[in-house]
Structure formats: C-alpha cells, structure tokens
Design a protein around this ligand. Structure first.
Ligand code: 5RP
Length: 218
C-alpha cells in the first residue's frame, strides 16, 4: 500500500463520522484533500463546511460545497484533519502546510477532532518532524533567540507567508517528552501566534491507514 492509498483509506473512513445536516470542520493538506474530494460525493447530506485554510476553502467551493466562516457557523460537531506526526496519546505535530493557527482554532471550536493520517505518521515521541511556529514578522529574530535558548534550532520557512500574513519558523532538535508543557511554553513567547503542537487539545480519534487497513486509536 502506498502512502496515498493509506491517506485515501482514512479519508473514506472519516466520511462515516458525518451525520446528516452537519457543518463539518475541514483541515488542510494532502490527506484533508482526499477527505474534501470524498465530501463532494455526499455534499447533499451536509449543511456546509468551515475550512482551516484558503486552499481548503477553494477546494471545497470548487466541489460546490457551501463554505461558511467559523463566526457564522458557531460550534462545530466534527473537525477532520491530517497531521505530520501523531502519538498513541493522540498528541500531534501539525503545520507542515503552514495552516496551524487556523487548524488550532477550528479544532478548539469543534466537539470532536478526528485526525486522519497514513501510518508513517505514527511515532513514539514527537519531534523528528520540525515543529512549525507561526510568528509575527517583526518578532522573528526575538522568537528565534528564545527558541535557541530552549535548545531548539529554528529555520525560517523561506518564500512562505501564512493565510494570516505571518511567517513560519520550523524548529528542529526539541525532545518533546512533555508536549502539553512545551506547547504552553512556546505559546508564551511574545510574537508567537501559535505552535504546531496539538496536545492541550489533542485529537479525539486517530485513524491510521496502512497495509492492514484502517487502525482506529481513541
Ligand atoms: C497543514 C497540516 C497537515 O495536516 C499536515 O501537514 C499533514 O499534511 P499531509 O496530509 O499532506 O501529510 O497540519 O498545516
């Protein structure tokens, strides 16, 4: 089974979480794109979608799916999104696509977060994938110094601006043994908009696609 087949399989499995009349929160990335394409087939059953990025909003609209602003939609029953790394504790690293802040907002505003990923994303300890931080441009150098003081090795994602007009620093070398604590520490650095650790609000369900089909962890 290829990685794409794993992504496709979990996207299909996530469609089964949808109930009639729902407004569905939709994530960003290649796995979320499989989910959006699947959503198109059942669009008559949902009331609309809230997207975590301009790219996903565009893809949803391209399928004729009604896209709502989060402020219009109120609290969402379900959010479906991918991850760059995931543990069995349902802690995640996200933001490989740079959409981490809106992803975190939509996840926070949702009753249930179903994370979908191919099984290469499952790790024992988070941190091999560089941790993305969204940073206000004027704070870039300050935040980078603070990250170095925490033993991180930050690198500016060049040629990239987030949907919110900010920068991304990708940070290597963190040993993330306590993701809840690190998430909080990073959020307290002035100039950090958000970081890609999803530990304080982890996933509720993790669907992993691999050669043995879809594994469900919750
Ligand atoms: C985007 C994300 C994605 O969910 C993450 O990067 C996984 O992407 P993919 O599904 O393409 O592997 O957090 O900001």
């Amino acid at each position: 089974m290829t990685q794409d087949q794993g992504k496709q399989a979990v996207a299909e499995a996530a469609l089964e979480e949808i109930e009639n009349g729902m407004v569905v929160g939709v994530g960003t990335g290649s796995t979320a794109n499989f989910f959006i394409d699947g959503l198109a087939r059942i669009k008559g059953r949902i009331d609309g979608a809230v997207a975590s990025s301009e790219a996903s909003a565009e893809r949803l609209a391209g399928h004729g799916i009604r896209v709502l602003e989060l402020n219009q939609a109120g609290r969402l029953p379900l959010y479906v999104d991918g991850a760059d790394e995931a543990t069995r504790h349902l802690h995640l690293i996200k933001g490989g696509g740079g959409a981490l802040t809106r992803e975190k907002i939509v996840a926070a505003a949702s009753d249930r977060f179903v994370c979908i990923a191919d099984d290469s994303k499952l790790v024992d300890v988070l941190g091999t994938f560089p941790l993305p931080l969204e940073v206000i441009p004027m704070a870039r150098a300050h935040v980078a110094r603070e990250l170095v003081a925490l033993d991180g090795i930050p690198e500016l994602r060049t040629g990239f601006t987030t949907d919110n007009g900010n920068l991304i620093l990708d940070v290597r070398n963190f040993k993330i043994l306590n993701p809840v604590e690190l998430e909080e520490t990073l959020d307290h650095i002035a100039g950090v908009v958000s970081n890609g650790l999803f530990a304080r609000r982890p996933a509720d369900v993790l669907l992993l696609g691999g050669p043995d089909g879809v594994q469900r962890i919750e």
